[in-house]
Design a protein around this ligand. Structure first.
Ligand code: ATP
Ligand code: MG
Length: 362
């Protein structure tokens, strides 16, 4: 039994125990669009404790009524029907309330295309005319967009993520509301924002998504988001561009020291120019960043004859009788450059000979 069939079994078991139960959200949307999806979300009138009596479950978001159902070797996120309480920080509902009514649950969701349901027999249930929006390729909030973005400002970025994934247009009222409410995004945590920026970066329609992002002036809400000449970029490319232009990267992004080091190495590589030796000394990550940024073939890295000093068929110990201790590092770098430039083969004898020559001429 495959993933979808297993989830339909879960629905049947819930139904047999007198609960209403559906697949909801992204999976149903993607199913109708013929997009493969590996993430089935379930919703039912069963509370988390009722669900855990019927299935093996893992509590993942009890506060929001979510448990992971482990069934037939597959995992499904199950969220009890709920209506959300007051939101007062543009982020999370202060309190949630379980509901027995699927319509209430549907109405708390973000966009019409994310509110389609599938029942145990694969019937599609469409309370909000979402199929029409799917056909017209439109992303539209459920209800008044101002209210919905005030409840949870992240939805504005989610809207752009769905543009990137699906290539859809944003409905006029929703678009206007994003423009007017974008300042609310300042209240959202960087962790949630990063997830959406990564989704925007990875979507097939990222060009269209970033174009809208900049048109809506959402870049003004976040630091370091200068506009590039092309929109076919990732969030990393945007940060690299900013570093090239301004030399700065804001703490806002909460990047690790390692990541900042890699970005800086990448920027230096871009400034010094991409060539085999410069890639070699910048290392794998910075080189891949730079090649991606310049839209060059990543094989340029794969094709390097050696990728680190460890790949050189000679090491410091081999040089003991040839080069004095304090010059061995420079000598190895010199040998690496010769190998990378194809001037010397990566063979011990040749390298030793070359080291000897370098030492006497240096
Ligand atoms: P993806 O293809 O990115 O997984 P998805 O639609 O499945 O898209 P999820 O983030 O997995 O998105 O969320 C599952 C469902 O939960 C959504 O389809 C939507 O109905 C609802 N949802 C998620 N986040 C929000 C939110 N911030 N506000 C309202 N509803 C939301
Ligand atoms: Mg999903």
């Amino acid at each position: 039994m495959d993933y979808l069939e297993s989830s339909l079994e879960v629905l049947k078991i819930l139904n047999n125990n007198n609960f209403d139960a559906f697949i909801v959200g992204g999976f149903v949307r993607d199913y109708l669009l013929n997009i493969k999806s590996n993430d089935i979300d379930l919703t039912s009138s069963a509370t988390p404790s009722e669900v855990s009596k019927l299935f093996k479950t893992i509590p993942t978001g009890i506060k929001y009524g979510t448990v992971l159902i482990d069934y037939n070797g597959f995992k499904f996120e199950h969220t009890t029907f709920r209506k959300d309480g007051l939101y007062n920080d543009s982020r999370h509902p202060e309190e949630i309330e379980f509901s027995k009514n699927i319509l209430e649950d549907i109405k708390r969701r973000d966009f019409t295309i994310n509110a389609l349901l599938m029942d145990k027999d694969k019937n599609i249930i469409d309370y909000l005319d979402a199929k029409k929006d799917l056909d017209n390729k439109i992303i539209k909030t459920i209800g008044n967009p101002n209210d919905r973005f005030n409840e949870d400002a992240l939805r504005m970025l989610r809207c752009i993520s769905f543009v990137s994934k699906l290539g859809f247009d944003i409905e006029d009222g929703t678009y206007k509301s994003i423009y007017e409410n974008k300042d609310l995004l300042r209240n959202v945590s960087i962790e949630r924002i990063r997830i959406e920026f990564d989704k925007i970066s990875n979507g097939c329609f990222r060009k269209k998504a970033w174009e809208l992002f900049y048109k809506l002036k959402l870049n003004e809400i976040f630091p370091n988001m200068l506009e590039l000449k092309t929109y076919d970029v990732s969030i990393r490319d945007i940060l690299i561009y900013n570093l090239v232009e301004t030399g700065e990267i804001s703490d806002f992004w909460m990047l690790s020291k390692q990541e900042i080091r890699n970005l800086n190495k990448c920027v230096n590589l871009l400034k010094n120019g991409i060539n085999n030796y410069n890639m070699f000394i910048s290392g794998y990550t910075a080189s891949i960043y730079a090649l991606t940024y310049l839209k060059l073939d990543l094989k340029l890295w794969d094709n390097l004859k050696i990728k680190s000093l460890k790949d050189l068929n000679i090491n410091g110990n081999d040089l003991v009788d040839v080069v004095s201790k304090n010059k061995r590092g420079d000598c190895l770098n010199h040998l690496a450059k010769l190998v990378i430039d194809g001037k010397v083969k990566n063979e011990k004898d040749e390298l030793l000979e070359e080291a000897y020559r370098w030492n006497t001429s240096a």
